[in-house]
Design a protein around this ligand. Structure first.
Ligand code: GDP
Length: 310
């Protein structure tokens, strides 16, 4: 657990729901959590089984409290599925497997949103969970995302869960939404922004496409970690999405997406041979182990990032 304030600066992190939360587990050990703001993707948010599901936000909430099921990077560790199983028994199967404790979070958020909207609802939930970091949804508005595949146009969760990301992806389309209050402001007042190793197409690009975000990033020190190692993502469909959009599936391709504002790009040891090429795109390239398969690796990566900021 973080004890002394090793790094006393304001940091904003841009996050999806798997790669960046892994980094947050390391970061929160070495940075004063009250100086962290986490802007979270909302592209895939929607209503399921009568509750609002903001999977990435809930993953970040659970990561910051230590409740996260970090085997699947979804839901609460040790959760039960009594309601989910009963719904199936009575002929009402759910597309998403929502655990009982996780469902309570989602019911509360749905209720709070009716009165306050998403940003305030998340702020209240974070406070109730004892989280001192600021967690901001990228937008209060719902996005419309469609995955265009060889078997037709699919809803994001159908592509991911029903079809297990198997169809060939031809295009990814999402609507533009407005930034939530605090998104641009927090980037502007931060000493540095960390773009975690999250899906560059469906987690980070939606945040970058918000009005004012890219301009704010140009005026801030930005360090990013590549979610692509070699010619594939560490997990999930990022490489399929990049390929569909004509972006090289490699750390070089990710660097080109962040080119306009990136100051330091962290790539994996396995991509050492790409360093020179990426140096044409980004001034500083750091080569290290970026596979975060244990707390030590997560903390090491967090230390390297923070060391580059100071
Ligand atoms: P999602 O919201 O569940 O899609 O999750 P994110 O967008 O946050 O993260 C997905 C991305 O994280 C994928 O592109 C993975 O390649 C990347 N990722 C997951 N684990 C690691 C890791 O240990 N190291 C690195 N470098 N990338 C990772």
């Amino acid at each position: 657990m973080y004890s002394e304030n090793e790094f006393d600066i304001m940091i904003t992190v841009l996050s999806g729901g798997t790669g960046t939360p892994k980094l947050l587990q390391g970061l929160k050990e070495i940075v004063d959590p009250s100086e962290l703001t986490i802007i979270v993707n909302t592209l895939e948010n929607d209503y399921f089984s009568g509750v609002y599901v903001s999977a990435d936000i809930d993953t970040v909430l659970y990561t910051m409290t230590g409740m996260i099921n970090d085997e699947f990077w979804y839901g609460v560790k040790g959760d039960t599925f009594i309601t989910h199983e009963r719904l199936e028994e009575i002929g009402c199967p759910e597309l998403l497997r929502i655990g009982d404790i996780d469902r309570a979070t989602k019911i509360q958020k749905t209720q709070l949103m009716k009165e306050y909207g998403l940003t305030k609802a998340v702020e209240i939930q974070a406070e109730k969970m004892g989280i001192v970091s600021k967690i901001i949804p990228m937008s209060d508005e719902n996005s419309d995302i469609k995955i265009i595949t060889d078997i037709g146009e699919l809803e994001f969760h159908d592509f991911l869960i029903k079809y297990q990301s198997q169809p060939e992806v031809l295009d990814v389309k999402f609507s533009n939404v407005s930034p939530a209050p605090g998104v641009v402001e927090s980037i502007k007042k931060s000493d540095a922004v960390i773009i975690g190793p999250s899906n560059p197409i469906t987690s980070i690009s939606p945040i970058l496409s918000l009005d004012g975000v890219k301009d704010a990033l140009k005026d801030t020190y930005v360090v990013a970690v590549s979610p692509i190692i070699g010619n594939d993502s560490v997990s999930g469909p990022a490489s399929k999405f990049m390929k569909a959009l004509g972006i090289e599936v490699s750390s070089v391709g990710v660097a080109s997406l962040y080119e306009d504002f990136l100051d330091n790009f962290i790539i994996d040891n396995k991509d050492d041979d790409k360093k020179q090429q990426i140096n044409q795109i980004v001034n500083k390239v750091t080569v290290t182990n970026t596979i975060m398969n244990n707390l030590g690796a997560k903390k090491n990566l967090a230390q390297i990032i923070m060391g580059s900021i100071l």
